[in-house]
Design a protein around this ligand. Structure first.
Ligand SMILES: NC(=O)c1ccc[n+]([C@@H]2O[C@H](COP(=O)([O-])OP(=O)(O)OC[C@H]3O[C@@H](n4cnc5c(N)ncnc54)[C@H](O)[C@@H]3O)[C@@H](O)[C@H]2O)c1
Ligand SMILES: O=c1ccn([C@@H]2O[C@H](COP(=O)(O)OP(=O)(O)O[C@H]3O[C@H](CO)[C@H](O)[C@H](O)[C@H]3O)[C@@H](O)[C@H]2O)c(=O)[nH]1
Length: 315
């Protein structure tokens, strides 16, 4: 397939872009480099620098595209609370420009990066796709709105769309990995202590109603996540919008993640208990049974592998 990969200079887009190239697809990356890096664009992909609003139509109008894999977004929860209008404009507004460009150029197939943040604070775990969606921050609200637009565009314009709701993505694929200038994610922050870039890691809260008092999350290896995209591309069916959770179904506490990082790196990684981070749910675990049953997706890499691969990447 000839695919437009938006956000292919970012963390997940560069890894999955590399997997798409490896699988034999022709990949064109569109990225404005707002949080990505030009040298992260996967080898073998063509790179167009620009925003979705400025450049998506021009690229798709070249012709020959079979589909779009849409990673481009702003995704810092705290920033979204401080600047909600920026998130509505950049996430929903720019996605609408992309979908309009697809409609005008007759490209109907799309796989979209949705998020666990669309669910908000869960009533029960593991979280099912049919559970209530009550985002607790503008980031999650913009992603939920884009999911809603895709449902309508499938019905009204014949899009064949798949939204993948990622839980906590971690790990790397060789030279492609996570290097955000503003890093909020746990594993890269913990590993930054082992590389010497930070003195210690802060653990945000140890008084949650969990066994060790720290938050529990469901981590999924970015390569397993990429495999789900390959399967999703093959199941995009006109007039249909499917939504799948992507997680491992297992939860690890912040404290357990730090312990795995200590084992993998052999570094003591000093940690300091800090106040809770606003808006963090105590436990987020996905049920990924739907994508397993319908597409045959399987998790093949465990937390130690995610940490080991991220560690190789950041050394
Ligand atoms: N990292 C996670 O754990 C996680 C979890 C759930 C969902 N997601 C979603 O996955 C996607 C990728 O996340 P990531 O961690 O790789 O983020 P990232 O910031 O590393 O990558 C996003 C890329 O999109 C580009 N971009 C942003 N807005 C753009 C625009 N309007 N036009 C063109 N390019 C633009 C950025 O420059 C960057 O290269 C995002 O949609 C994010 O919301 C990530
Ligand atoms: O330096 C840090 C960083 C994180 N944490 C804790 O580690 C856990 C995981 O935090 P991350 O920031 O790595 O991930 P989140 O669970 O907050 O966020 C993930 O899930 C969200 C949905 O809830 C969004 O989808 C988001 O993009 C995705 O990264 C949280 O309890 C957080 O408080 C720390 O203790 N110290």
């Amino acid at each position: 397939m000839k695919l437009l990969v938006t956000g292919g200079a970012g963390y997940i887009g560069s890894v999955v872009g590399a997997q798409l190239v490896e699988a034999g697809h022709e990949v064109v990356v569109l990225d404005d480099l707002s949080t990505g890096h030009a040298d992260a664009v996967p080898e073998g992909a063509r790179f167009v620098q620009g925003s979705l609003r400025e450049a998506a139509y021009g690229v798709l109008a070249e012709g020959g595209f079979d589909g779009v894999v849409h990673f481009a977004a702003k995704s810092l929860v705290g920033e979204s609370v401080e600047q909600p209008a920026l998130y509505w404009d950049k996430n929903l507004g720019e996605s609408l420009a992309l979908f309009d460009a697809m409609r005008r150029t007759g490209v109907a197939k799309i796989v979209f990066s949705s998020t666990a943040a669309t669910y908000g604070e869960p009533e029960s775990t593991p979280i099912l796709e049919t559970d209530p969606t009550r985002p607790t921050n503008p980031y999650g609200a913009t992603k939920l709105a884009i999911d809603g637009v895709l449902t309508e565009y499938a019905r009204l314009h014949g899009f064949g769309a798949v939204s993948l709701r990622y839980f906590n993505v971690a790990g790397a694929l060789g030279p492609y990995g996570e290097r955000h200038t503003v890093e909020t994610h746990l594993i890269p922050n913990v590993l930054a202590v082992a590389t010497g870039a930070r003195e210690h890691v802060k653990l945000f809260g140890d008084d949650y109603p969990t066994e060790d008092g720290t938050c529990i999350r469901d981590y999924v290896h970015v390569v397993d996540l990429g495999n789900a995209h390959l399967l999703a591309l093959d199941c995009c069916t006109e007039h249909e919008h499917r939504i799948y959770n992507l997680g491992s179904g297992s939860g690890y506490s912040v404290q357990q993640v730090v312990d795995v990082c200590r084992q993998v790196t052999g570094h003591p990684i000093p940690a300091e208990i800090a106040p809770r981070r606003a808006g963090d749910p105590a436990v987020l675990i996905a049920s990924s049974e739907k994508i397993q049953a319908e597409l045959g997706w399987r998790v093949e890499r465990d937390l130690a592998t995610m940490v080991a691969d991220a560690w190789k990447f950041c050394q």
